[in-house]
Every structure is written in C-alpha cells, then in structure tokens.
Write a protein that binds this ligand. Sequence first.
Ligand code: HEC
Ligand code: HEC
Length: 421
Amino acid sequence: MRRIPLAAGGSLVALWTLALLFLNADPTRSETAATGAWTAAEWAKASRLSPLPPPPPNPTNALADNLQAARLGHRLFFDSRLSPHRVSCATCHQPERGFADGLQVADTLAPVHRHTMTILNVGHYRWLTWDGARDSLWHQAVGPFESPKEMGTSRLYVVRSAMRYYGRELSQIAPLPGDWDLLWPSLPETGKPGDASFDQLPAAHQDAVNQVFVLLLKCLEAYERRIVSATSPFDRYVAGDETALSVAARRGFQHFVRLQCDLCHATPLFSDDEFHNLGVPSGAEPDLGRASGLLQLQQSRFRGSGPYADGPPVVRSEDYRAGEALIGAFRTPSLREVGETAPYGHNGEIATLDAWLEHYVRVTTSSQPTAVGRLDPTLAPVEVTAQEKRELIAFLHALSSDYASEWTQTPPDVLDALSSK
Ligand code: HEC
Ligand code: HEC
C-alpha cells in the first residue's frame, strides 16, 4: 500500500497519484461503504432501472391515448353514480393514499380476499391484478363494477347511468351501435350475464350493451394510463443530482442489487410483469393465484384476443398453460411509490416494509413448506443486519414521487354533481 506522505514538501506527486487512483479505479465494497458510492456495475444496474418511460401502446384499445377519452374516463373513475351503492373506483383507489386504500383487504360492500393495488403506473403491465386474470386495463375494470363485494353494479346499470350523465360526450368519442339512442332508454335498469334481465335480452341487444360498456372501460383505461409517477429521488440521483439520495438510500440500493431483488423487480417499473410464489402467509382461504387467474383469463370474452378487442389479437393468453409453478404465484408488484401503499402482499397480511423484509429473510432461509404451492426456486437465502434493513427501506422510500397532477384530483363537475345529490 502506498504511504501517504503527511509533510507538504515533495508530496504533491504522491497526492496526485492518490487522486487518480480514486478517480479511475472501480472502488471496492469496503472503500464505498462510508459514502455509499456505487461501483461501475451498480451504476450499470441503476441505469437499467431509471428513468420510467411512458407506458407502451395498447393496440387492443383504439382509445388508449385519446385525450377526450381520458377526460371522460377521469369522470367515470370518480363518479359513484355508476353504482346503485354509490361506490366509485376512487372509493378504493384514493389519490391521497397512493391510489390504494390503506386497508389490509378491500372492503366496501363486503371484504374482498385481496389487497387493493395502486393504479399508479398500471399502464406498464401486460398482466393486471395480483393473479393476472386480466390482460388489459379496460378488461380489468369489468371486475370491480360487477363484483357484488366491490361496486355491486352491473353493465346495464353502468351503461344507462353513463348515457344519462355522459351520453353526448361518449358519442363524440366513438360511434355507438346502430339505433342505440332508441334502444338504451328501453333497456332494463340493471343486469349482467347470469341475471334474467340481461340473459333474456335479444343477442343483438346484449352485444350492443357490451359494446357501449367496453367503450366506457376503454375510456377508463385512457385515464388510468395517465396516472404515473413523477421523477423520484432515485431517478434524480441516476440522472446526476448527487444530493438526491442520502448515504443510507445509496447503500440501500447496493443491498438491493447484492440481494438480487432486481431479478424480479427488474425494469424501470421495478417489476418483471411475471408471477412468483413468495410464500406470503395465506389467510383463511388459500389463494391459488396465477394458477386460477390464468384459467379465468382464458375464459373471458373481454381478453385481448376476444371479440371486443381492437386491432389484431396481441396477447395469446390461450397459449399459456397452467403448471404447478403457478400455484400460489402472484405478479411482481412495482416498487415505485411502495412507501405510500402499505400494507403489503397480495392479501395485505404484512403491515410494513420492515415486516416485509423480515418475511423475505424468513422464507428464504427456512425449510418450512409454504402455505400454498412451492417457493419460487430463484429465491436465494438472504440475511440482512438491522442497519442494512434500514438502508434498504431508505432506498425503497426514495422510489416515491410527487405524482399529483390535474388527473389525480376529483374532476370539478363530478364533485358538484355528487355534492348536490
Ligand atoms: C372495493 C374496492 C375496489 C374498487 C371499488 C375498485 N377496485 Fe381496483 N382493485 C381493488 C383490489 C382489491 C384489486 C386487486 C384485485 C385482485 O388481485 O383480484 C384491484 C386491482 C385493480 C387494478 C389492477 C392493478 C394492477 O397493478 O394490476 C386496476 C387497474 C384497478 N383495480 C382499477 C379499478 C377501476 C378502474 C375501478 C372502477 C371501475 C376499480 N379498480 C374499483 C379494489 C377496488
Ligand atoms: C423471485 C422474484 C422476487 C424477488 C427476487 C424479490 N421479489 Fe419482491 N415481490 C415479488 C412478488 C411476486 C411479490 C408479491 C408477492 C405476493 O404478494 O404474494 C413481491 C412483493 C414485494 C414487496 C411488497 C410490495 C407490495 O406492494 O405489496 C416488497 C416491498 C418487495 N417485494 C421488495 C423486495 C426486495 C427488497 C427484494 C430483495 C430483498 C425482493 N422484493 C425480491 C417478487 C420478488
């Protein structure tokens, strides 16, 4: 090791050499520990995780990037008049709670078996919901509308109320089925497949209702695609702002890479958009996750290769086969804004980020079988000290952003309509 001369005389050359050493060499782990400075390899990983680009196109929805459709979708999202029980999407996806609800599991009309996911950055996923039972954002929205536990409404009720409040706008966005103006006021007030009021309609009328329902869903997608994270401290640091991350958060990123969290929390979304079994303790009812979600998707008429999708069929969900590895597997959630969306896991069983890391250490180091299916084989045993845990959490918080925009507010006319009821 080179001796650092303390005396001023003749030491300039030595100091210069030392400075060069620091500038050029890739610092080793012990050298960077104090400052949290990243190695070249860590910088390379970081630059694959930032910045977050705009969502990719969705060819199954011709309205996906239509501004007028997004404006209508914005109102539909916040308008509780689409449900006879006055529940809106925003009842559970609350802008001020990271577009989630802060509850363990969603509970409006009755408790659901899953934790409410954020809709921030959802335009990036190919598979929607924890088990990927939906393959587009517009397809996803059928679920909460018609679930008796969530909004307790039906496509006839949604279509009729939307025509009453937004019919003129909708007709400006896309052509409505022939004779629709005459048809819709004569339709039953409520009903969905499985209800006599819907099933007894002539097939052509059922199809017309489905078409208008799907247009509304596609407007909702156009809106949701605009709910995106802003630049986070992590992004600012990667872009060159050295003050953006604390030393703890920088070190937290180093742990994130060392523990291979980025195997699954890959890409600038911090998700591989795939399904893994993380051994999350199951509640009263075991949840099969992807194994059941895939079958549900393959049977849905609203899937990307079904009759209501625009463009050529893009996601051939029919080609996927359910195997044992899918049992108890759930989609990797994005970690952007994760600090805002506690509790955690598909069933919200895990209250805090600290408890999540405890869980992760426990499942990767224990030989206990998991509650449902088998632990993902790529999970390596992980040990973290209390300090490393704090640093990892500091890093995860650095993935939060100020995402507020005109799109995250209740639209003024909806606010007026709801308060004057
Ligand atoms: C009762 C609360 C509740 C209501 C109301 C609700 N959601 Fe959700 N949302 C959830 C829950 C719970 C999940 C996870 C569902 C699952 O995995 O089965 C979810 C998942 C989602 C997802 C998937 C996110 C992802 O990352 O895959 C989207 C998108 C979404 N909801 C949009 C909507 C829209 C649009 C509406 C209104 C039509 C709506 N939600 C109404 C609770 C709710
Ligand atoms: C094998 C893939 C994989 C690896 C590796 C992985 N995760 Fe995850 N992560 C997931 C999946 C899948 C879930 C959701 C599991 C569930 O709810 O059943 C998840 C959930 C989470 C959550 C909860 C998010 C939420 O919204 O509920 C956090 C936080 C998290 N992971 C952080 C990490 C960290 C930190 C590491 C590294 C120590 C890591 N993950 C490694 C796949 C992975």
